[in-house]
Structure formats: C-alpha cells, structure tokens
Design a protein around this ligand. Structure first.
Ligand SMILES: NC(=O)c1ccc[n+]([C@@H]2O[C@H](COP(=O)([O-])OP(=O)(O)OC[C@H]3O[C@@H](n4cnc5c(N)ncnc54)[C@H](O)[C@@H]3O)[C@@H](O)[C@H]2O)c1
Length: 255
C-alpha cells in the first residue's frame, strides 16, 4: 500500500467520520479524501451519506457509507464491528451532534437526555467501537467536535445549557482519554467551533446576524473549509505529539 506523501499526508489511511453527511461532516470528508484517505461516512441519514459517498466514485479512494443511530450502543458496536472486519480505522472524527434550544427552567427530561445521547453518548459509543483496534495496532487519531458552548457556556446561543453540558463532557472525555492512551500511539484532540457559516445560519435575520457578529472579535463566522484544514493537521502524521488539545475556532470569542 502507498504511504503518505507531502501533498497527500493521509495516503494509506482509513478514516471514519460520524455525522459525515452533515454540513461540517461533508466538508471534513471531502478534505480527508483529498488528502488521500479512504473514508467511511457514518450518519443517521443513510440516504445522504450514500449520496455523498457515491460522489467520490472517481476520486481513486474507497468511500463507503454506513447508516446507524449513534445513540444506540449495541447498534453502533455491531455496525462498526462489521466495518472493521477486514481493515481497521486509523482516523476517527466524531462530528455527529447538534443542539436544541430550551430554557433550563422549562426543560423536560426527554430534551436533556436527547442532547446527552446525541452529543456525548454517541462519542462514547463510536470511540468504544474503534479504539480497541487502534490500540492493537499502536496507532490512531481521534478528533472530537465539541463546541465553543462547552467553554463559554453557550453565550453565542442562549438557552443551550443541555447542549453546552454535553459538549463540556466531550471536552472532558477528550482530555482524559488523551492521557489514558498517550503512550499507546493514539492521540485524542478536539475542535471547539464557534458559529460556522453553515446553511443553518442562512435563517438568521439581519438583526440576529449583527447581534451574533457583535460577540465575535474578528466579526467573522467560521469557514467550514478552515475547520477541515485544522482537523487535517490534527489527524496528520505531523501532529503525532499533539494530544489532549481543545482548539477553539471561534474568531476570538472565547478569549
Ligand atoms: N455548525 C456550527 O456552527 C457548529 C458550531 C459548533 C459546533 N458544531 C458541532 O459540529 C458538529 C456538526 O455540526 P453541523 O453544523 O455539521 O450539523 P448538521 O446537523 O449539518 O450535521 C450533523 C450530522 O449528524 C447526524 N446525526 C445527528 N444525530 C445522529 C445520530 N443519533 N446518529 C447518527 N448521526 C446523527 C445528522 O444526521 C447530520 O448529518 C456537531 O457536533 C455540532 O454540534 C457545529
């Protein structure tokens, strides 16, 4: 198998991206494929994941899709066990997730549990399925997508306490697991994005957009392409001695 080159640092690697059919996930998949990795796109939305995977048919890389609900521990172990029977995963990007807004004083248990399941349990379920193979081979890169909400308490989005709590859990998992596996060839890092220029933001009114930008020192939304660049560095061979990092990509919001 061909090894990494300077313009294709991930040649010979196999990556798995959860939430890979989503706004950020699909940009990350594109960047990893461009860097030479074969990629498994994992998402609840099997149709969008399959369409994305098919779009790389001429890339020269193997891009597959798997549909699974990441909140279901047993389903994840089964689906990702099958994915790893012939070839392991070198790079795991946990990008699935998403917030819900609910004032804390009115929050019901189902909303709380859904946020924990989608944003935190999912990271445990997938990492639990992939990590043993990485440890066995003595090599792995795990990259979690947290949120600036974990650091600044969701000031960019009001009433996101459940989401901020779950993402703070992702930060804790990242640092603790980084220590646990540091001498086994596996790095564990996280990106903490601020507001990104994803299609969801197109619903902002001009007033909402102005209020958002007022809170960001650079007055810029994050560019998903730049987020993918940061991830590419953290999962590349050049970052072999970088672990436990929580990298805010937030235009200075968390300073
Ligand atoms: N977009 C932003 O501004 C922003 C900012 C900070 C953090 N984030 C985080 O980045 C990640 C990606 O966000 P996005 O903007 O691309 O969101 P998105 O909604 O476009 O994509 C999320 C993807 O995760 C998948 N998903 C959700 N629940 C799932 C489940 N139970 N099982 C399997 N797949 C599931 C969805 O189907 C979707 O494809 C999320 O973790 C989000 O919390 C986003």
């Amino acid at each position: 198998m061909t090894g990494p080159t300077s313009d294709r640092p991930l040649l010979g690697s196999r990556a798995l991206v959860t939430g890979g059919a989503g706004a950020l996930g699909s940009v990350i998949v594109d960047r990893l494929v461009g860097a030479g990795a074969d990629v498994v796109v994992v998402d609840l939305d099997g149709e969008r994941a399959a369409t994305l995977a098919a779009s790389f048919a001429d890339s020269g890389r193997v891009v597959e899709s798997v549909a699974v609900d990441l909140t279901d521990f047993d389903a994840v172990q089964e689906a990702l066990g099958a994915v790893q029977t012939e070839r392991g995963i070198d790079i795991l990007v946990n990008a699935a997730g998403g917030g819900a807004v609910a004032p804390f004083a009115e929050m019901d248990a189902a909303t709380w549990r859904t946020q924990m399941a989608r944003n935190l349990d999912s990271v445990f379920h997938v990492t639990r399925a992939v990590l043993p193979g990485m440890l066995e081979r003595g090599h792995g890169r795990i990259l979690n997508i947290a949120s600036i909400a974990a650091i600044s308490g969701g000031r960019l989005v009001r009433n996101a306490t459940a989401y901020a709590t779950a993402k703070a859990g992702v930060v804790g998992l990242t640092k603790s697991l980084a220590i646990e596996v540091a001498d086994r060839g596996v790095t564990v890092n996280a990106i903490a994005p601020g507001a990104q220029a994803t299609p969801g933001r197109d619903r902002d009114t001009p007033e909402q957009r102005a209020a958002l930008l007022d809170q960001i020192p650079t007055r810029l939304l994050g560019d998903p392409a730049h987020l993918a660049d940061a991830i590419l560095f953290l999962v590349s061979p050049a970052a072999r001695n970088v672990t436990g990092v929580i990298l805010p990509l937030d235009g200075g919001h968390s300073i």
